[in-house]
Design a protein around this ligand. Structure first.
Ligand SMILES: CC(C)(COP(=O)(O)OP(=O)(O)OC[C@H]1O[C@@H](n2cnc3c(N)ncnc32)[C@H](O)[C@@H]1OP(=O)(O)O)[C@@H](O)C(=O)NCCC(=O)NCCS
Length: 254
């Protein structure tokens, strides 16, 4: 179904508005949660895959329990040492798997910090819009909050980045679409995307593209349901839990 005709429901008090510098720390938290450790983030998917659905990890659990049993029950010291070695090796394996996944996704997070997320106001400043080929915008989803001093909480974000140098059709990229886990499935993601699309049409952008990964099945489901079509898949060098991560591109003609 066309995204513009999908009904919005439930969280009716959500407001989509342009980013203010005061939102920076909340947005960085949403970005971290959405990429590295929140439910349905790519980092969380990789950890879950490696620790819950991967045969070598089951073997490590088995060795850990066996080594622990040997350590506790053996009476001879060399057998106890063997138990200890087995425990340390299995824990070491788990730590290495965790460390590799964590550093990979922290690396992606830091790439963003080195690029547009360091100074969101500066990167997505609105005077860029005077140039037809240089349209950048960052929106946040805000809900009223009794507990925060400002009276609101930022619960989601999305960015449009269009900086094509050519005179051809204007193509924009949808980036940084994240919603805090506690506020998901209330159509906030849809509302953010709908705002971005309306703005892109106003600016005469003719095609949108985005990149996600096969480690984000929820996001992919959302893009397919909202009319984006799959353009290409490219394997990355990274693998977790026996599954190779791929970068998946989607397109949406406007
Ligand atoms: C992807 C994401 C932004 C969706 O935000 P959201 O506010 O929950 O999205 P919506 O409520 O508007 O849902 C839109 C559609 O997405 C799909 N969807 C959302 N959550 C889903 C879930 N848990 N399981 C399956 N599909 C889901 C559904 O198709 C849904 O349409 P429906 O409500 O008609 O079934 C959010 O899950 C998120 O931040 N995920 C982690 C970060 C991420 O992967 N971002 C994308 C970067 S490429």
């Amino acid at each position: 179904m066309d995204i513009e005709h999908k009904p919005l429901s439930t969280v009716t008090t959500v407001t989509i508005r342009p980013f203010h510098p005061a939102d920076a720390s909340q947005v960085l938290n949403i970005y971290f949660t959405g990429l590295v450790n929140g439910v349905d983030s790519a980092g969380h998917f990789a950890i879950t895959r490696a620790f819950l659905h991967w045969t070598p990890m089951y073997l490590a659990y088995f060795l850990l329990i066996s080594g622990g049993g040997i350590l506790l029950l053996a009476v001879q010291q060399d057998i106890q040492i063997l138990g200890l070695v087995i425990v340390l090796m299995s824990c070491g394996f788990m730590f290495l798997v965790y460390y590799r996944i964590r550093t990979t996704f922290l690396g992606y997070y830091q790439d963003g910090l080195r690029h547009d997320m360091t100074d969101i106001s500066q990167y997505y400043r609105q005077d860029h819009e005077k140039d037809r080929n240089f349209i950048r915008h960052f929106w946040v989803a805000e809900i009223p909050s009794m507990t925060s001093e400002s009276g609101y909480e930022v619960v989601g974000c999305v960015a449009l980045d269009c900086s094509s140098k050519s005179d051809g059709p204007v193509i924009g990229e949808l980036k940084r679409l994240f919603v805090l886990p506690a506020y998901r499935k209330h159509r906030i993601g849809t509302k953010l995307m709908r705002t971005l699309i309306a703005f892109a049409k106003e600016k005469k952008i003719t095609l949108l593209h985005l990149e996600t990964t096969n480690f984000q099945p929820v996001a992919r489901e959302m893009y397919s349901r909202l009319g984006w079509y799959h353009a290409s898949t490219t394997d990355s060098d990274f693998e977790a839990g026996g599954m190779r991560m791929s970068f998946v591109k989607y397109l949406l003609p406007l």
